[in-house]
Every structure is written in structure tokens, then in C-alpha cells.
Design a protein around this ligand. Structure first.
Ligand code: UDP
Length: 236
């Protein structure tokens, strides 16, 4: 399958149309942004690493009965996907307190949550992706109540699969962000799952192995991403 025209250029990926109207190609870039574009940079080979990790995790999810947009990994940076009508809701799942949960509610970082927290954010950069509840989402017309219920239960199912998978690889899945889209009357998981969109801590040392290293200038960004790739893909 070949790329035809550029459909969309995001912060970390380009999306191209293909000869098949139902399929798009996601090209993973090395560009990194944080704090809604206020911090910009590049992470060497991040595109290659995130494509490999995402394809592996989406394949795992498909095997566990979660429907995703993945068709196949085409090359180092390219992922062939079903074309989605993206739902403008970012779904965040949290197992351990970190990031905005700490800032907004005063949790101590690292507190293990008894039950996962699922949050909805409006996907709108101009508004800084505000936190919202179901009523906001329905009022804004971004999703129906039924769709939001599907997003929540799908996110919980994905969390159960990923948490166990990462734990077997000595990684704690602290929190992560998901995006979904409509396709053929159903809802599929879209976008990516990678150290750009997850917080992952080493199970023993609690070392951060994700985009927080870039956000907060902790150093060793590339090494952290490759370490996650090594553990996820079982490379040695
Ligand atoms: N996240 C993301 N994209 C966003 C916002 C959050 O991928 O636009 C991910 C983030 O990497 C983390 C989780 O969602 O794994 C929760 O993020 P949080 O709300 O703590 O906000 P942040 O600290 O990223 O601003």
C-alpha cells in the first residue's frame, strides 16, 4: 500500500491517504512536544521505536479481543490503519497518581489507586485539552452517552490487558491516554500506545521510562524509549 496525499500532520505523526479509501498510513516522527506545544524537540529514532511498540501492543490487544485500527506494520516508521472518524475525546486511565492528577487534586506522586481512574478530556489544542465529564461531551456534540460508556469500558479492558503485559516485563503502567474512532458502525481504538502516551516506571527502581524524561529534562530520553522497546518486544 502506498501513501498518496497528506491528510493530517500532528505533533508526533503524519497521516496519509492511500489508494484504498478505507485505509490510511500513520508515519511516526521523531518530533516531541510537551505542555501543549510549549516545549519542542526531537528524540532520535523515536518514530521507529514508537511504531514498533504501538504495533506490538495493538496486536496484543487484538489477540485479547479489543478491536483496533491496526492493519499491519508496513515499515520502520509506517503503520497501515483503518481510516477512522476520530472521536474528539482523549481517554486517560490511571493506576498510580502522577502528572495532572497530582497537580489538580493533591495526590502524592506514586500513590497506588485502589480502582483505576478513567477521565475524559476534550481533544482541542486551542483550549488546552480541558478535562470534561459526560454532560460536557454530549453538550459539545463530540460523543453520545452510549459512545462514552463504550469508551470507558473499552479503556478499562485495555488497561487490564496492558497492566498485566507490562508487569510481566517489569514495568509499572502508571497512566496512559487513548483515542478512539468510528468505523463501519463500530468503535475502534486508534492513534498509538507508546512512551509518548503512557507513563511507565521500572517496577523495582521506579525509574521513569517515558516522555516525562523529555518533559522535565531528566536526560537519557532515547535510552528510556529503547529500554521500553527492548522489554515490550522481548529483545535482548
Ligand atoms: N497524555 C497524552 N497526551 C495528552 C495528555 C496526556 O498522551 O495530550 C498522557 C500522558 O503521557 C500521561 C497520561 O496521558 O501518560 C496522563 O497525563 P496527565 O493528565 O497527567 O497530563 P500531563 O502530565 O501529560 O500534562
Amino acid at each position: 500500500m502506498k501513501k498518496t496525499t497528506l491528510l493530517h500532520e500532528g505533533k508526533a505523526k503524519k497521516v496519509f491517504l492511500t489508494e484504498n479509501n478505507d485505509l490510511v498510513i500513520q508515519e511516526f516522527k521523531d518530533d516531541a512536544t510537551a505542555f501543549n506545544n510549549k516545549k519542542k524537540g526531537t528524540i532520535a529514532e523515536k518514530g521507529v521505536v514508537n511504531n514498533a511498540i504501538s504495533c506490538k501492543l495493538f496486536t496484543l490487544l487484538e489477540e485479547q479481543g479489543v478491536r483496533t485500527h491496526l492493519v499491519e506494520k508496513l515499515s520502520d516508521r509506517d503503520m497501515l490503519c483503518k481510516r477512522l472518524d476520530i472521536i474528539k475525546v482523549e481517554v486517560v486511565v490511571r493506576n498510580i497518581a502522577a502528572g495532572s492528577l497530582v497537580k489538580r487534586y493533591g495526590f502524592t506522586e506514586g500513590t497506588v489507586l485502589e480502582q483505576p481512574i478513567v477521565e475524559f478530556y476534550l481533544k482541542n489544542d486551542d483550549l488546552d485539552d480541558p478535562l470534561m465529564n459526560e454532560s460536557h461531551a454530549v453538550a459539545l456534540g463530540v460523543a453520545s452517552l452510549e459512545e462514552l460508556a463504550v469508551l470507558k469500558s473499552r479503556a478499562e479492558a485495555i488497561n487490564a490487558v496492558l497492566k498485566e503485559f507490562f508487569a510481566e516485563r517489569k514495568l509499572m503502567l502508571v497512566d496512559f491516554k487513548l483515542e478512539f474512532g468510528r468505523h463501519d458502525g463500530g468503535i475502534l481504538l486508534g492513534d498509538e500506545i507508546s512512551p509518548d502516551t503512557c507513563r511507565l516506571w521500572d517496577l523495582e527502581t521506579k525509574e521513569k521510562l517515558d516522555k516525562d524524561r523529555f518533559r522535565f529534562d531528566l536526560g537519557g530520553v532515547e535510552d528510556a524509549y529503547s529500554e521500553v522497546q527492548r522489554r515490550v518486544l522481548g529483545l535482548d
